[in-house]
Design a protein around this ligand. Structure first.
Ligand SMILES: [Zn+2]
Length: 366
């Protein structure tokens, strides 16, 4: 479990900004009135209070009580119960009840792969679950009797890295989550940038190799087919199936079954010093750096934070990415270049960010 220690105040942290102007429309009440007093108490609790973050993955649901400094006070997890929306809601309710015992919980944030509408109320589409235009927030608010926010899991992780992790205080931050695919998030001037319809940041589906490997999105040659954990596993399986002598160690690790090689296995071998596994990671790192250079041309961030499971490889992945980034950056030599940093919060970034976003958002809409 990662428990970030409270560090110094972020550099020039502008503070979380409201995503809508709804809070401005509220009438706070005359100073000294009972309504103004209630509102002040409400805001004070919101700033200091605890929130529960829930990260729904394809195989497990992880949840935690998170304080205002991003520390996890208590955690619990369950298996994802198939893809029936009601069963998933039930698991969320059980986790919140279990974790909330003895704590005063302000709000609940739910992070999941997929697209949420801009209000954080409806899941438009989720790849792992059967949610299609599902009004999940209202269902859960009814069951939990607390403010609930839905957010994309990569957005949640990016927000957490900006608030408490490797991107703290960066005014133009792009976060990349490398897992089976690629997730993306942008925090610009203290706001999560989600585009016009709430679906920005799908960087993994920029086409980087026209006519290349088929992607589950339906296109060919998407970045995530070259710079993800899945890409690493696929390349390693291909190499092992070619009966190349350089793949002997890889095959030994899976008792000769090339089809059992995964990105995780390659990463472990690379960390143990295997030269072929390191080469495979270097290739993925180069694709990563090339895609980051494309993003820098479009977005000009100050920092890229790279997170997700593939980051277990650490510098074995990021060093070649930095090199390819510098080699492919538009206008190189005549412009400042963004830093490329490893994420600081580990696999809990998603639930920390979902909790924090729910607290920030409920404060603004209350
Ligand atoms: Zn794609």
């Amino acid at each position: 479990m990662h428990t970030p220690t409270p560090g110094p105040e972020p550099r020039s942290q502008p503070g979380p900004q409201p995503r809508t102007a709804a809070w401005r429309r509220g009438t706070p009440g005359r100073p000294g009135s009972a309504r103004a007093g209630r509102l002040r108490e409400h805001l004070r609790l919101g700033r200091k209070g605890l929130a529960i973050g829930v990260d729904i993955g394809g195989t497990k649901v992880a949840a935690g009580v998170v304080d205002a400094e991003g520390r996890i006070l208590r955690e619990a997890r369950r298996s994802t119960p198939g893809n029936d929306p009601r069963a998933v809601e039930q698991v969320i309710v059980e986790l919140v009840e279990e974790l909330g015992r003895g704590h005063r919980i302000w709000s609940v944030g739910i992070g999941a792969a997929g697209w949420m509408d801009l209000d954080g109320a409806t899941v438009l589409f989720s790849p792992h679950l059967a949610w299609r235009n599902e009004p999940l927030r209202d269902n859960l608010q009814r069951l939990l009797r607390r403010p609930v926010l839905l957010t994309n899991d990569a957005d949640a992780a990016g927000w957490a890295e900006w608030r408490f992790g490797a991107g703290r205080g960066e005014s133009r931050l792009v976060c990349i989550t490398l897992g089976t695919g690629i997730g993306g998030a942008m925090v610009m001037d203290g706001r999560l940038e989600r585009g016009r319809f709430g679906v920005a940041g799908e960087f993994g589906h920029q086409i980087i190799m026209p006519g290349g490997h088929r992607c589950e999105c339906g296109n060919r040659g998407c970045w995530e087919q070259y710079a993800s954990g899945n890409a690493l596993g696929r390349e390693a399986r291909e190499l092992a199936s070619a009966n190349s002598p350089v793949a002997q160690e890889l095959l030994k690790a899976v008792d000769g079954r090339a089809d059992l090689i995964t990105g995780v296995i390659v990463t472990e071998l690379a960390k143990a010093g295997n030269a072929t596994a390191r080469e495979l990671l270097e290739d993925v790192g180069e694709w990563l750096g090339l895609g980051l250079a494309n993003l820098a041309a479009a977005l000009d961030p100050g920092t890229f934070v790279i997170g997700g499971g593939l980051c277990d490889a650490g510098e074995l992945l990021v060093a070649p990415a930095r090199k390819a980034f510098a080699r492919n950056l538009t206008g190189r030599g005549f412009r400042p270049a963004a830093g490329i940093e490893l994420a600081a919060l580990g696999p809990n970034a998603g639930l920390i960010g979902a909790a924090d976003l729910s607290r920030v958002s409920s404060r603004m809409h209350s």
